[in-house]
Design a protein around this ligand. Structure first.
Ligand code: FES
Length: 142
């Protein structure tokens, strides 16, 4: 997905203007919208939050969830946290370990622990995943 025009980034920055701890929500919004947080937007974010570019870059590089380049494949975030583990996510992940049409990446708790295993694609959550439901999700996003 192509990185945002400046006006789209400005809209996200405006939405979070004045909030305490706005950096992470801004980065999440940019990544959710454009699939990555490109290096080109770092100066804009730093200026808007009155922090250094190094601080913005440090947060992006600390959290493995953030990508600085567009994802090569469609991404399915599969919850690998404890409740989803107890509900069989490890066997599910192993069954799709050789999947080459999508990138199945770990995420740690999506807040739907009682209905796992769960996944997140774009801005959609998928609960009660079975091998069949995950296969259907892979077909849908590939
Ligand atoms: S542990 Fe998977 S959603 Fe919470």
């Amino acid at each position: 997905m192509k990185m945002a025009p400046d006006s789209d980034i400005d809209d996200i920055l405006t939405e979070h203007a004045g909030r305490e701890g706005a950096l992470l929500p801004i980065l999440h919004d940019i990544q959710a919208r454009f699939g990555h947080v490109g290096e080109a937007v770092i100066p804009t974010i730093a200026q808007a939050l009155n922090i250094s570019r190094a601080e913005v870059h440090g947060v992006i590089s600390f959290y493995h969830d953030f990508h600085t380049t567009p994802p090569r494949l469609p991404v399915i975030k599969l919850c690998r946290a404890e409740s989803c583990q107890a509900r069989g996510v490890e066997a599910l992940a192993a069954a799709f370990a050789d999947e080459t049409r999508v990138s199945i990446e770990p995420v740690y708790c999506l807040g739907l622990c009682s209905v796992g295993p769960n996944a997140w694609v774009g801005d959609q959550l998928y609960a009660r995943l079975t091998p069949e439901r995950l296969a259907a999700l892979v077909e849908q996003v590939a």
